[in-house]
Design a protein around this ligand. Sequence first.
Ligand code: LMR
Length: 396
Amino acid sequence: MFENLEAIAPDPILGVLAAFLADDNPQKIDLGVGVYRDEAGDTPILECVRKAERVLLDTQTTKTYLGPAGVAGFNSAMSERLFGADSEALNSGRVRTIQTPGGTGALRLAADLIRAARPDSTVWASDPTWANHLALFPAAGLNMQAYPYFDAARSRLRFDDMLELLSQREPGDTVLFHACCHNPCGVSPSPEQWVQVADICADRGVLPLVDIAYMGFERGIEDDTLIIRLLAERCPEMIVASSCSKNFAMYRERVGAVSILSQSAAKTEDVVSVLNSLSRKNYSMPPAHGPAVIDIILHSDELSSLWEQEVAGMRERINGLRSDLAQRTRDAGLQRDFSFLEEQTGMFSFLGLSGEQVDRLADEFSIYTVRSSRINLASFNASNLDYFVDALGQVL
Ligand code: LMR
C-alpha cells in the first residue's frame, strides 16, 4: 500500500529548523520557528514553571486518566484569562474551555467542530496567515478563503479593504483572527479598529474563530484578549483556540485549549459533548503535565504575578530587539528603511526579501528563515545583530 505514497516536502517552518540544526557554522542564526530566546540564545524554563513543577511533584498523587476535557482547573483558569472573570459570557455559563494538545490541536479540534456543525462553512483567514492554518483547515475538510490584511509594500494593515470584505460575509462563514502579534506579519488592528471588526462580525452573523498564541507578547496579558472580549459582548457564538507554548515557554509540553461561547449554558454543554467526542476519536485525551503546572501557577497569587513579570520581560526584550535592529540597519546605511520593525509587535515581521535573497542568507551566511522572509526577532542578541545586518546588506 505504501507504494502509493510520495514523499512530502518539509513543513515550511519546521523544515527551516531542521536545516539550521544540520549546519555546523558557529555563526549560524535560526530566525525560523517561533520560539523565544534569551540574550544567551537559550529558551529557558520560566521560573514560575520550575516552582510549580516542584509543587506538582510533591502533591500529585496519581497519573490515572483525566478524560477528554483534560485538567479542569486549567480549563476554568483559561476561561477567566481569555474572557474575563467578571464577564457576562462566563458568569452566564455560556463559556467552556477544554484542554487540547497544543494550540495546533486546539485549531484542529475547532476545525473538526465547525465541520460537524456546518460542513459547507468557509474559513476566511487574513492574507497572509500562519502557514499551518492553510494546511490545517483544508485537512479537516473545510474550504478556505483570504481577506485582505497586510500591505507588504507599506508594511501596514489594509484595514479598509479588510472591513469591506468582512462586511460582505454571511451567516455560516467562519472568520479567523489573530488576537495579537499577528503571525507572520506582526501588524495588528488598533483597539479602535478591533471594535469596528467586532461590530461587523456581530452585524454579519459570522462565526468568529480567534487564534491567540502570543497572549502577553503585544500589549499585556489582559490587553491582548481585547478582540475576544469585544466579540463575546456582541456575538452569540464564537470559538477561541489558545496556546500556552510561548507565554509559558512550555513548547514541547503541548498545552492549548479550545473555548466555546454559545447562546445558552445548555447549548454550550451540548457543544462541549461534541468536542469531547471529537477528541476521543482523535487523540482520546490531552497530555496533563503542562496544564497541571499552569493550573498551579494561575491559582497562586505569588506564581501568577511571577508569570506576569516573566511574560513582561519577554515582551520588553523583543521590543528592545526591534528598536535595536531598526537602528543598526540605519547606522549601517542600508538602502531600505526597516523602521517598520519598531511599529510592529510580537516575534515576527517580514523583511520583504525575495525567496532567492532568503536562500542566499542561508547558503552564504548560515542565517535561516522562512522563505516568505518572516523573521523571528527573539533569536537576535547583542552578539549576532551586527553579523545579521552585514549579511542583510550584502543580500540586498
Ligand atoms: C511558528 O509560526 O513558527 C510557530 O507558531 C511554531 C509553529 O509550530 O509553526
